[in-house]
Design a protein around this ligand. Structure first.
Ligand code: PLP
Length: 484
């Protein structure tokens, strides 16, 4: 096997896809190692083939792998709705401090630093969202949605309307997880068509809301980046029908320090801390999606929450407690603790002014980028993200081709209200130079023919893969080797 440049750089001259392949450690030099284990014989092997490699071989292997990938540390990542912010490294330092590693099975008295941080974060998030109480437990935005829906369900059940309120209204522009979370919680999902201006159609909402409405889920600005300026009327319609209003916090980055969902009339919200507060994206794994609610819903939040003891004469100021009618636990312990530490560190470092500045720049960057590209942006005025239309081109091909220009593409084909949608969110972290680089990539692709687009990407480690098959029939490299 060759280990030359073409195998791992983005080299367009590499002869085939295989030329960009980095072997697994197990495919490199291995040696048999005798196993000496105290475990029962039927649970162990007599010997084991392990890679026998020097440190530089190992370091280069992982460096090559990291270079085959693309992330926020490598370049711009304007994946609309996902808010791919750079994760500042100081938050890693904070998370690596000794106290962050304590086990949560210990007593409250011996966990005062940990519990104090949690109480502080609950408070930060409540103030940022305009909510009265926060649970830090859910491990992702979608898990936050599901948790929020269960809280709404518990509320309606307590009012004797649990069975009657069996519908959740979701706008057609909403993220797929809104529909999925509602269905998973056992609700009938009522899809609300957007009005001609891309916002909630008040008449359609009035017609949809009624005795069966448990919840209306909405993000603001919506996924077109448009602020729902009728939000107070929307809240009235939903509340008059006896339903609750849920805020999908994915777009909170646009509002930080300027407006609060609680003040707009939302009753429940989740915070995608990886989007808004620059903590790593979870990928379904170690993320965090805290949930905030108004006072009347606080008693249903997942347990445990943390509070300050009323009159503590000793040093133990903080304690965990179970809300009176809690829906139970939605994750182990207090949630994904280290992600929460990073969230706290990020908010504390930026402070009021920093958060305010972040949202201002997020909106400015999106508007600057949109003004520089050749593609049409049908819905305006947008905030932190915009949805351009690829017109006669196929948005998925546009995205693949942008990879050849060294940038990550936008989200494609969603929301469906825009044909061949290119949903673009540069975030506040990008400089003018990077935004210009992105605009150049958009414009280069806008001028290319279908044949070129369909052949893209040519310069990436992996070429066109069958994304659906890859997601549904996961076949890991080591399985392939085993089969061989
Ligand atoms: C608008 C919107 N809502 C909800 C989610 C779900 O969040 P998570 O990925 O944290 O589960 C996303 C994720 O991209 C989103 O963009």
């Amino acid at each position: 096997m060759r280990y030359d440049q073409a195998r791992w750089t983005h080299d367009a001259d590499a002869e085939s896809d295989d030329d960009r392949y980095e072997p697994l450690l197990a495919e490199k030099n291995t040696e048999e190692v005798a196993v000496d284990s105290p475990l029962p014989d039927d649970l162990t092997r007599e010997d084991l083939e392990l890679p026998a490699l020097s440190e530089p071989q190992l370091a280069r292997h992982y460096t090559r792998l990291s270079q085959m990938n693309y992330g926020v540390d490598s370049g711009p990542y304007p994946l609309g709705s996902c808010t791919m912010k750079y994760n500042p490294k100081f938050t890693e330092d904070v998370a690596a401090l000794g106290d962050a590693a304590v086990h949560h099975d210990r007593s409250d008295e011996s966990l005062q630093g940990t519990l104090g941080l949690m109480a502080g974060l609950q408070d930060y998030l409540a103030r940022i969202g305009g909510m009265d109480a926060v649970s830090l437990q859910p491990p992702a935005g979608a898990a936050g949605e599901f948790t929020g829906i269960l809280v709404a369900k518990a509320f309606h059940e307590q009012n004797g309307e649990g069975e009657q309120r069996d519908e959740i209204i979701v706008p057609d522009s909403a993220h797929g997880t809104n529909f999925a979370s509602a269905a998973l919680a056992g609700y009938d999902v009522v899809e609300l068509p957007s009005g001609e201006d891309g916002r909630v159609d008040l008449e359609a909402l009035e017609a949809a809301a009624g005795d069966r409405t448990a919840l209306f889920m909405l993000t603001n600005p919506n996924t077109l980046g448009l602020f729902e300026r009728d939000i107070e009327e929307i809240a009235d319609i939903v509340h008059d029908a006896g339903g609750l209003l849920y805020y999908d916090g994915a777009n909170l980055n646009a509002l930080l320090g300027r407006a609060r969902p609680g003040d707009m009339g939302f009753d429940i919200m989740h915070y995608n801390v990886h989007k808004t507060f620059a903590t790593p994206h979870g990928g379904g794994g170690p993320g965090a999606g805290p949930v905030g609610v108004t006072d009347e819903l606080a008693e249903f939040l997942p347990a445990p929450r943390v509070r300050e003891r009323e009159a503590s004469g000793d040093d133990a100021r903080y304690e965990r407690f179970e809300p009176e009618h809690t829906i139970g636990k939605v994750h182990g312990f207090e949630g994904n603790w280290l992600v929460l530490v990073k969230t706290y560190a990020y908010i504390a470092r930026l402070g009021d002014e920093g958060l305010d500045d972040a949202s201002a720049k997020a909106v400015l960057n999106a508007n600057y980028l949109a003004s520089q590209i050749d593609y049409d942006v049908p819905f305006e005025p947008f905030h932190h993200e915009f949805v351009a239309s690829a017109g006669d081109q196929d948005a998925a091909d546009v995205a693949k081709r942008m990879l050849d220009y060294g940038v990550h593409p936008p989200t494609t084909k969603w929301p469906e209200i825009v044909s061949e949608a290119l949903m673009t969110e540069p975030t506040e972290i990008e400089s003018k130079e990077t935004l210009d680089q992105l605009a150049d990539a958009f414009d280069a692709v806008a001028g290319e023919d279908d044949e070129t687009l369909e052949a893209a990407p040519e310069r990436t480690t992996a070429r066109r893969i069958d994304q659906t098959d890859a997601a549904r029939n996961l076949r890991l490299s080591w399985q392939a080797i085993d089969e061989e």
